[in-house]
Write a protein that binds this ligand. Structure first.
Ligand code: C2O
Ligand code: CU
Length: 567
């Protein structure tokens, strides 16, 4: 009798599940990531690069909203590594977040670590990448999160979905590039190419045969899921003769709008619809660097891929190149970023904190520090450094999360200041770089559980000023305002967008300007915040938050898994 009841209940559950009445939460996807060197014999030369499963870009991971991923990362390489799930909030579980010496010790060669990634409300495109030294140059891939069962896209269903991963390429070994620039104290060597799905395209030698090609059918619509995995540049991207309809960013939907180009920061993802509504032909899609720093040598080659219409027709030769903004067009970049707005409709409500309880103002500066040797190759024989509120972050030897969880003293200090230590005209003309020499420290900022936080991210013009794509782990935040110059705490909040601000995990703070972000500190743990320009990270433009446990049982950090890598 009891067995019958059990079977009956099971049948009802299966029935409800099929009806889509139960959330599809329980879905667990298992993957194995083998980190290993693999030959990459393209681009006129062959070299070994660090990969996941021998692929570059790495495997695309698919999931639905609310699913769980279990990724067993096996390090078969020769260097330490960690893997970060960029844009995944990892509720109460920073143990799988990945930044080296922030939430975990590295996965050493010959060892493995099984990362459990619980998706929550993320929907759209995110990505994963290595989060130790510069290995993310080749260790990265897309993470595509489709709507959960029975819910749909808030736009017409596309014919196909195509990951477009923008990358950056050095002919020499990336590790050698880092080592050199860290010893010399100079800026990093400029890269040799930018890439679309692993290839620079026709404007670069030896790439033509392998250039990425997207075949389209006239009058069909394609969803391009664009990831900026570039190391050191914001990028402009467009498709010749086609308008793009922007529909999402950073794993959240936006109000659709049309644009001839997009700007995308390192770390950011943007979803666009491409309507194949032009004359059958072949067209280039292209991306090039947006570079606002004056006097810095940068790679200004456009990377291309091909959009090819199916059918018989005579093609123009070569394909038509897209019109991209000038490399230094700050307004083009800023205006695009400013036009992102949350969908903010019934199915996608927003939850922006209206009563802020914690106000923070962080300055982001490029600085110099004295050279330890005779002379370095940075400005005036010094070495480059970078800072947040004049602290140039030093990575500890034991990860901060472990030190916090186990109460290990002496690993970090918890006095990261709420405001810059010196008030100056942050974006003034020709500030002397000696105005601020940063301290080198491992300093965290503690947030009480449930506080409503606003951070004004303020760029400074020390050494000229540059855009900083600031990324926060463990949260998405609402970008409620942004502008040029110094943030004005009396005037600027009057113009905040509290109606449909975009929900992002990375925001480009415009050159010599600011951005204001808000979030509820409801995810306990240790969460890294940093500029996503890799050379700025190496110089110290980062800090970490500790968000304390709340009172409720659902408001506390979960315990670590048994196989956490050891230092
Ligand atoms: Cu995309 Cu801390 O990283
Ligand atoms: Cu930066």
């Amino acid at each position: 009798m009891r067995l019958k009841v059990k079977i009956f209940i099971q049948q009802i559950l299966v029935f409800l599940f099929l009806l889509g009445l139960l959330p599809a939460h329980a879905f667990v996807h298992r993957h194995r990531f083998v980190i290993k060197e693999a030959p990459y014999s393209k681009l006129c030369s062959s070299k070994n690069i660090l990969t996941v499963n021998g692929q570059f870009p790495g495997p695309v991971i698919y999931a639905n909203t609310g699913d769980t991923l279990v990724v067993n990362v096996q390090n078969d390489g020769t260097q330490n590594i960690t893997i970060h799930w960029h844009g995944v909030k990892q509720p109460r579980y920073p143990w799988s977040d990945g930044p080296e010496f922030i939430t975990q010790c590295p996965i050493r060669p010959g060892t493995n670590f099984s990362q459990r990634i619980n998706l929550s409300d993320e929907e759209g495109t995110l990505w994963w990448h290595a989060h130790s030294d510069w290995s993310r140059a080749t260790v990265n891939g897309a993470l595509i999160i489709r709507p959960a069962n029975k819910t749909n896209y808030p736009f017409p269903r596309p014919t196909a979905e195509i990951p477009i991963i923008l990358g950056e390429w050095w002919k020499s070994d990336v590790q050698a590039v880092v080592n050199e620039f860290l010893t010399s104290g100079a800026d990093a060597n400029k890269s040799d190419a930018f890439l679309i799905n692993g290839q620079p395209g026709d404007l670069y030698p030896c790439s033509t045969n392998d250039t990425f090609k997207l075949t389209v059918e006239k009058n069909k619509t394609y969803l391009l899921r664009i990831v900026n995995a570039v190391m050191n540049n914001l990028m402009f991207f467009s498709v010749a003769n086609h308008q793009l309809t922007v529909v999402g960013t950073d794993g959240a939907y936006v109000k659709p709008f049309k644009s001839n180009y997009i700007t995308i920061s390192p770390g950011e993802t943007i979803d666009v619809l491409l309507e194949a509504n032009q004359n059958p032909n072949h067209y280039y899609m292209g991306a090039k660097a947006y570079n606002s720093v004056v006097g810095v040598d940068f790679n200004n080659i456009t990377t291309t891929a091909i959009v090819q219409y199916r059918g018989n027709y005579s093609t123009s030769s070569p394909p038509i190149l897209p019109d991209l903004p000038n490399f230094d067009d700050t307004n083009a970049s800023f205006n695009f970023t400013r036009s992102l707005k949350s969908l903010a409709d019934k199915g996608h409500p927003i939850d922006v904190p209206l009563n802020v309880t914690t106000n923070l103002l962080f300055t982001f500066s490029v600085n110099t520090l004295p050279c330890e040797d005779e002379s370095c190759s940075g400005p005036n024989g010094d070495r480059f450094a970078a800072s947040v509120n004049n602290i140039s972050f030093v990575l500890p030897r034991i990860d901060i999360l472990e030190a916090y969880y186990k109460n290990i003293q002496g690993v970090y200090r918890d006095e990261f200041p709420s405001f810059p230590p010196l008030n100056f005209n942050f974006t003034g003309d020709s500030l002397p770089v000696e105005l601020q020499r940063p301290d080198r420290r491992t300093e965290v900022h503690v947030l009480e559980y449930g506080t409503h936080v606003e951070i004004v991210l303020q760029g400074t013009s020390l050494l000229g000023g540059v855009d900083h794509p600031i990324h926060l782990h463990g949260y998405s935040f609402y970008v409620v305002g942004s502008g040029f110059g110094n943030f004005d705490k009396d005037k600027d909040p009057l113009n905040y967008n509290l109606v449909d601000p975009p929900l992002q995990n990375t925001i480009a703070v415009v050159r010599n300007g600011w951005a204001a972000i808000r979030f509820k500190a409801d995810n306990p743990g240790v969460w890294f915040m940093h500029c996503h320009l890799e050379r700025h990270v190496s110089w110290g433009m980062e800090m970490a938050f500790i968000v304390k446990d709340g009172k409720g049982s659902e408001e506390k950090l979960l315990p670590p898994p048994p196989d956490m890598p050891q230092c």
